[in-house]
Every structure is written in C-alpha cells, then in structure tokens.
Design a protein around this ligand. Structure first.
Ligand SMILES: NC(=O)c1ccc[n+]([C@@H]2O[C@H](COP(=O)([O-])OP(=O)(O)OC[C@H]3O[C@@H](n4cnc5c(N)ncnc54)[C@H](OP(=O)(O)O)[C@@H]3O)[C@@H](O)[C@H]2O)c1
Length: 230
C-alpha cells in the first residue's frame, strides 16, 4: 500500500493513476471533491484507493493519515511525499508568511509524515520513501530563493534519512522534476506550458523507483523537459 500526498492534482494525481493497476493507495490532499472523483475513477478501472482529506501541515495530520491507512489496509509499503507549494518572491519581497508557508509544506510536513509512517514501513521486508524535490534544489532561478532553499533542505534531509534507514531496508529516493505542466504554474505566468514535461512523465519516474527490485535503491532522478524551460 502506498500513501501519496498532494494526490488531488498534477504529479500526485498522475502518480496515483500510474500506481493504481498494481498498488493499493491512500490519497491525501485538502480538496475532498477532487480526491473522491479520483478514487471513483481508479475503482472503476479495478483499483483500490482511499481518500484522506487532510492539510498535511495541520497538527497531528501525519498520525491521522497513517492511522487511517493502517486501519484500511493493515500496513504501509511506500510513501510518496509529493504535496508541495511553488511560490516565488525576490529577496526584497520575502515575508515571514512566505518563508513559513513554504517551510511547513515543503520540508516540515514530509518529515512529520515520514516519522509517523516509519514504524509501519520498517515492518516490511523492503519499503520505499520517495520525496518530490525540484531541479530548483540545485539550479538558481530569480525569485525562487525560499522555494530552492526548501527543496535543497528536503534533499539534504533525504540523504541523511537514506543512511539512517539502510539497516531497516527502507529505501529513500528523490525525484527532481524540471518544469512540469501542472496547476503549480500560476495563471498568466510567462511560460510555454506546451514545452514542459507532463505530470505523467514524472509519475513514471516515481513508479520506476517504487517497483525497482529490492536489491536496488534509485537514489535521485531528474526529469526535465528536453527542449523547454528548465
Ligand atoms: N510543476 C512543476 O513544474 C514542478 C517542478 C518541480 C517540482 N515540483 C514539485 O512537484 C510537487 C507536486 O506539484 P505539482 O506540480 O503537481 O502541483 P499541483 O498540481 O499544484 O499539486 C500540488 C498538490 O499538493 C496538494 N497540497 C498543497 N498544499 C497541501 C496541504 N497543505 N496539504 C495537503 N495537500 C496539499 C494539492 O492539493 P490540495 O490543494 O487539494 O490540498 C495538490 O494535490 C510539489 O512538491 C512541487 O514542488 C513541481
């Protein structure tokens, strides 16, 4: 069973569709109507999924998500920490709220959900955590200072986590998408969406990490448009 956060749109929704044929799923996001519609679609195709409506930054949300997953499916094989926020501000315009929003969703929430899921993941002979980062963890874009910092922090923590979990046989992978055509890009942004990756492209990489043989840990994958904006 796989928990996917941010499953109500974009990369998370595409990942749910990519995994549904052979995984049971717990789909997490705030927009319950979109999650319910996705669960219905997956069930109609023979899949088995549970919608859990939560703001992953809310107090105790992580434990509630894990409790519901265990109640329904009895255990957890994998966790995809995908929910994230892309919000820009040049340094002169950075506010405490901007810093707080990005830090809490892009860094703190994946750490808390991982902490809550670890006792379950560690019971499996082989388990996988995939953290969705961004090329912005390593590449500089004007206005992306705090976004880049949060994704770099997510990746730094992921590297440490990988070492900490080696003996427990829990693999930790990082996916770093480049520009991907999702709702993360604000309306009116001066970008050519038609030249971006599709969310399905990133989902295929997440699936690749999850279904890799237990003898292999795919540590980091970059998925970027071959001929478009990075
Ligand atoms: N699109 C890109 O170009 C790109 C590039 C690099 C990295 N990424 C990363 O890819 C990940 C997915 O983004 P996306 O492009 O697919 O964007 P998206 O379509 O906007 O999806 C974001 C998802 O996160 C969920 N979410 C946001 N805040 C949440 C909260 N507080 N609690 C629970 N769920 C929350 C949203 O659902 P609700 O609103 O229903 O809660 C939605 O399902 C993010 O980590 C992003 O940083 C994207």
């Amino acid at each position: 069973m796989v928990i996917i956060t941010g499953a109500s749109s974009g990369i998370g929704e595409a990942t749910a569709s990519a995994l549904a044929p052979d995984h049971r799923l717990v789909l997490v996001a705030r927009r319950g109507d979109r999650l319910s519609a996705l669960v219905e679609r997956l069930r109609a195709q023979g899949g088995d999924a549970l919608a859990v409506v939560e703001d992953v930054t809310a107090p105790d949300a992580a434990q509630r998500i894990v409790d519901q997953a265990v109640l329904r499916f009895g255990g957890i094989d994998a966790l995809v920490n995908n929910a994230g926020l892309f919000e820009t501000a040049v340094t002169a315009a950075i506010t405490p709220d901007h810093l707080d929003r990005l830090w809490r969703l892009n860094v703190q929430a994946p750490i808390q959900l991982t902490q809550a899921a670890l006792p379950q993941l560690s019971k499996r002979p082989s388990a996988t955590i995939v953290n969705v980062s961004s090329v912005a963890a390593e590449v500089s874009f004007t206005g992306c200072g705090i976004y880049s910092a949060t994704k770099a922090a997510l990746e730094a923590w992921s590297r440490v986590l990988r070492e900490e979990l080696r003996t427990a046989r829990v693999r930790v992978g990082v996916i770093a998408p480049g520009a991907t055509a999702t709702a993360a890009w604000p309306d009116g942004a001066a970008v050519d969406v038609s030249r971006m990756c599709r969310p399905q492209d990133v989902a295929a990489a997440i699936r690749f990490m999850l279904v890799a043989a237990p003898t292999a840990s795919i540590d980091r994958l970059v998925v970027a448009p071959p001929a478009g904006p990075l």
